[in-house]
Design a protein. Sequence first.
Length: 183
Amino acid sequence: MARFGVVVGRTTSDQLWTPSVGTASRDGYLVGGFAEVGLSGESVSVRVEGDYVQRGAIVERDHEGAPVAGEIRTEYLSFALHVKLSKSIGPLSVHIALGPTMDQLLRNRSTPVLEQVLYEKKTTSLGIGLGGGFSLHLSDRLIPEFDIRLTEGLSPAYVGSFTTVRNRSLEFLLRFGVPRSLS
């Protein structure tokens, strides 16, 4: 059995600077599609997902604590491959999912002060996603699912002469999937 569908959501993103600077979160959106194939009954499946996602941060202080007024807003085409473990209780199913992600840079917007510091924007960055949620099997035609997922950048999204920057994003997702038989 497989499920195919759409995913929409809201993101709250931050950035991890090395050395550390003071940042605040940015909100954004996520929209995409997914396919999920069961491997072991209904308890283990693999989900492949492709999304348009917005990430970024507001930079408030530099590494010495001096005020900085800067912001970064990036748009990515994001791909995820997650193993999903589920447990059903009647029409309710709870799950956790874990796996790698890859973000492909589509567009970057940042204030000029940060453009001077971050001279290299990585076109591809790798990460890992960990999430959980629940779904309701209301009918055989449409299965809504709610997820909360943390996507942690493992490779730099930006590089500067004295700094590297990774993305971190908390995502609140709503999926609508349609079951299909693979035979």
